[in-house]
Design a protein around this ligand. Sequence first.
Ligand code: DGY
Length: 326
Amino acid sequence: MERPKVFITRQIPQEGIDLLQRVADVDVNPVDAPLPKSKLLEAAAKYDGIIGLLTDKIDSEFFEAGTNLKGYANYAVGFDNIDVAEATRRKVPVSNTPGVLTDATAECAWALIFAVARRVVESDKVMRSGKWDGWGPMQFIGGDIMGKTLGIVGAGRIGTAMALMSRGFGMKVIYTSSSGRRNGVLDAELHAELVPFEELLKRSDFISLHTPLTPDTKHLFDSSAFSLMKDTAYIVNTARGPVINEADLVTALKTGQIAGAGLDVYEKEPAMAPGLAGLDNAVVLPHIGSATVSSRTNMSTLAARNLIAMLRGKKPETCLNPELFD
Ligand code: DGY
């Protein structure tokens, strides 16, 4: 039987590629950059299966081109880049990579909390500049973390893991839920409180975003949300950039409406909103939430196993349109 043909839109850890090569002929985009849309459409037309990234728009044009496509595997847990309804309409299974990057992303949110509250990046810059003239009682005074209130927006896998990591800091955890359902783990382990969004804004000292990007969460944080936050509060985003209106965030940071922001994601990646790069009370990372050896390796093997299942007409482990297999 002819081996299926698979395309990967950018180099990923070899472990997943090795798995695929056992059963398929695999081509990997040789250029280490996001694949141009025209090349993505060419690949959709040519290959039986594709592994793509959050930078690939898997939309109606993609499915239109991919008349023989047996499956698409996203190398990411977030799937706002995929038109899942269209995939289902065209009977193309699609998958993502939940579960394997939970701790890495939660740890990244903590890295941002420490960095922004304790002014780590600003202080590092001064040391490297050679301008530090010795210890001073008024230098780089930041915010406390111990015993403060942590607000989780999106208490799913990553939000829950992030909140559980607060145990070492004796924090009060509050969270919102779009479904209105309580989070049993957070309630039992942390005596966390489910609160309305406005209450979370008003009470939190740190807000950590873990909600998926949907039409409902786009610009959830805008000038009116920032106006309800404490002026000593920090916001951290390791979810998706457009959950925050970045121009409004720049204003809130400039005017001292909030104390600081730690960002791993942006509204228009790879760009940042004008003004953001110049702000010392913002710590900015290049979307590295899942960038640990084990997470990226496991993302690659999970995406590969998902695609192999789809090439065989089977339901992938982490399917986004499981109804296709009912
Ligand atoms: C994801 O998986 O959605 C992250 O943003 C990248 O790992």
